[in-house]
Design a protein around this ligand. Sequence first.
Ligand SMILES: [Zn+2]
Length: 234
Amino acid sequence: MEELFSYDGQLVKVTRKRMKNMYLRVQKPDGHVEISAPNRMARADIVGFLAKNWDWVNRKQQAMREKPARPERCYISGDRIPVWGQYLELVVRPSTDNQAAIYQKEERVLLYVPDYATMEQRREIVNGWYRRMLEKAIPTLLPRCESIVGKRAEECRIRNMKTRWGTCNVLKARVWLNLQLAKYKPEALEYVMLHELTHLWEHGHGPAFKARMDRYCPDWRRVKKELNANADFE
Ligand SMILES: [Zn+2]
């Protein structure tokens, strides 16, 4: 069941559900407000809840206005493809032998695909390319980070992750890195590698973990902030 009411000049959508608590969301991309509320909750209680959180709503809306949604990447000529912190122009050309190829030529990325390749298939090819970049970077990066941290990883593997930059299986001393890291400055990859190796000393992200990060990577807070501000897990 849905109802609409206006609050402070904005239209608020309320969806009634069988639930105990109320939830408030500011929806992308336009910042409209939606509330999920228990079936029998009085309107006055909903309005009170909204009033209490209205500053938060305004801050969220402000942030959305300042940071417009990233335009969808379609993997067609003219798209901008991030590589190690720089944007390169994508040039898509038809491949003649049904094979795909991708490589960088000066400031451009040349992608050869059959005409019928879907956007999803093109994205896969680009992601495969990112993976190969990491595979190339890791053999020098890993030993350097291991000597900084003073721990060795048994294995370092790469995969495409939707929400995390890396993980560490402490028991197996296995580090996983997100292939998406090839999009960012190399310092981001190094920070994530140091972070995951540091988990071989410390579980969690408490004060002891942070103290080690301060020693191994003095600039980690800035690098982390930049990386998360530009997170693009496509
Ligand atoms: Zn961690």
